[in-house]
Design a protein around this ligand. Structure first.
Ligand code: ADP
Ligand code: MG
Length: 321
């Protein structure tokens, strides 16, 4: 990787690794992550619980010290200049909370003052952000008076006080109800439209799909793929995935592999999974095979192209949030 690429990108991670040493032994939480996020990009780190998302975002935001590898944010090395990095980023941790002693606007203003803004500048910026987040009327409210969605907006607003180049959000919608989540998506899209570079982690495929320019899929501390949602879907090599679970058998599934429109067939005890470009007829054929084998079909799922089918194709496992 050239040094120009390093300095132009908003985020560059190179072999980033974190091994926690706990009482149960060593936990390889992140096992060599490489990624590059361009300025202005909306980038998603998608993975199930325990995949290593928080550890990765923690290393990029200087809160977690890497065991190995390097990362640069806005061209600044996270290990050698954590303070320099902190000045350029806004971070919203999953359990970030507001200062309960302060009003909404004071929470924002204090953050601005912490970053060296003058009193007036901080007040002006806080007012702007509260308007942007439709919180103008709640500016004198105390944190305990806010709904979950309002609190999240205030926390994000607070992270933006010092005009960070890159905004990091760790599962920003995890605790929100579906409607509030969708409202927040609109706000985040609005931020990107104004030029904000955003990296968010999520375990919701739908969230990654609907917000992100590019998505990195992470599981067990390893990046499985990193591309646009469209390309990821195409790379799964299938338009749909049909999974049939059965008792008895086994099914003579070999013939399916040669069927036109079928990309791949995976067969394990009691389960057959078919990746198909043209799923028409696949399901019927599977049921017929089960019938001739004297097996009982207990479950059938048919997934349309989505990050879910991508995850299945990459790991052979169903995605569990
Ligand atoms: P995610 O955010 O994707 O749920 P995490 O990065 O929090 O994943 O965790 C990745 C792995 O590292 C998990 O196995 C988790 O239990 C472990 N882990 C996370 N933080 C710590 C820690 N401070 N000490 C020890 N193990 C940790
Ligand atoms: Mg996490």
């Amino acid at each position: 990787m050239s040094s120009i690429a390093l300095d132009d990108a908003a985020i560059v991670a190179d072999g980033l690794r974190k091994t926690y040493t706990g009482p149960p032994g060593e936990i390889p939480a992140v096992q060599g992550v490489d990624l590059q996020v361009e300025r202005g990009e909306f980038f998603g780190l998608l993975g199930p619980n325990g995949a290593g998302k928080s550890t990765t975002i923690g290393m990029l935001t200087t809160l977690v010290r890497p065991t190995a590898g390097r990362a640069r944010v806005c061209g600044i090395d996270v290990a050698s200049d954590p303070v320099g990095v902190k000045r350029r980023i806004g971070m919203v941790a999953q359990r970030d909370t507001l200062d309960v002693e302060l009003t909404v606007e004071e929470n924002l203003e204090f953050r601005g003052r912490y970053f060296g803004m003058g009193r007036r500048a901080a007040r002006h910026r806080a007012g702007q952000l509260l308007e942007f987040f439709s919180l103008g009327e709640r500016r004198r409210a105390r944190p305990f008076e806010l709904s979950g969605g309002q609190s999240k907006r205030v926390v994000i607003g607070r992270a933006l006080m010092h005009r960070p180049d890159v905004l990091f959000l760790d599962e920003p919608t995890a605790a929100l109800d579906p409607q509030t989540r969708i409202n927040l998506w609109d706000l985040l899209r609005g931020l990107q439209a104004e030029g904000q570079t955003i990296l968010l982690t999520t375990h919701h495929m739908e969230e990654a799909e609907s917000l992100c320019d590019r998505v990195a899929v992470i599981d067990h501390g390893t990046l499985l793929a990193c591309d646009t949602v469209k390309s990821l879907q195409a790379s799964a090599g299938a338009e749909s995935v049909v999974t049939v679970t059965y008792e008895g058998g086994p099914l003579a599934v070999e013939e399916l592999a040669g069927r036109p429109g079928v990309a791949r067939v995976e067969s394990a005890a009691g389960q057959v999974r078919v990746f198909a470009h043209e799923p028409e007829g696949v399901l019927g054929r599977l049921v017929a095979l089960a019938h001739s084998a004297g097996a009982t079909v207990t479950d059938i799922t048919h997934l349309r192209p989505s990050l879910e089918t991508v995850f299945l194709a990459l790991t052979g496992r169903e995605y569990r949030e």
